[in-house]
Design a protein around this ligand. Structure first.
Ligand SMILES: Nc1ncnc2c1ncn2[C@@H]1O[C@H](COP(=O)(O)OP(=O)(O)OP(=O)(O)O)[C@@H](O)[C@H]1O
Ligand SMILES: [Mg+2]
Length: 115
């Protein structure tokens, strides 16, 4: 199992929700967050930026999906295709390993707990 964490712009959320439904993911969570991407490292390393202010937080949505390994590629491909405009701030995807899942009501674990 893997966990996909994806930071996206709010206006993309409905489109992504619809496409995740079409792909049949087992579930998802979203939370409103504030984040900083590349400017965090860029402003430090670029001498031309010396003295520039600390970058500001921007509002984003953090989307989390736990799914089977086999489903990761198609979800990541969908996310990149749906979210890519070519502009700064299109978002970022992280993929994390997941040890196990437990459905509390039944005690089911692993794959059984996902679906
Ligand atoms: N290394 C990171 N750790 C945690 N969150 C991150 C990291 N990088 C990006 N994020 C989150 O992802 C959001 C979107 O990042 P963003 O799309 O601006 O990435 P970027 O690296 O700046 O790329 P781009 O140059 O395309 O803008 C950030 O606002 C932040 O919430
Ligand atoms: Mg950025």
């Amino acid at each position: 199992m893997k966990m996909i964490k994806c930071y996206i712009q709010h206006e993309k959320l409905e489109d992504v929700r619809e496409k995740l439904f079409e792909l049949g993911v087992p579930g998802l969570s979203v939370v409103d967050v504030r984040g900083i991407g590349k400017p965090m490292s860029q402003l430090r390393s670029d001498p031309a930026m010396k003295g520039k202010r600390l970058p500001h937080f921007l509002p984003r949505v953090e989307l989390t999906v736990v799914l089977e390994n086999e489903a990761v590629d198609e979800v990541v491909n969908m996310l990149t295709a749906t979210l890519r405009t070519g502009n700064l701030g299109d978002g970022k995807i992280f993929i994390l390993p997941v040890e196990d899942a437990i459905r509390i009501r039944t005690g089911e674990r692993g794959h059984q707990a996902l679906y």
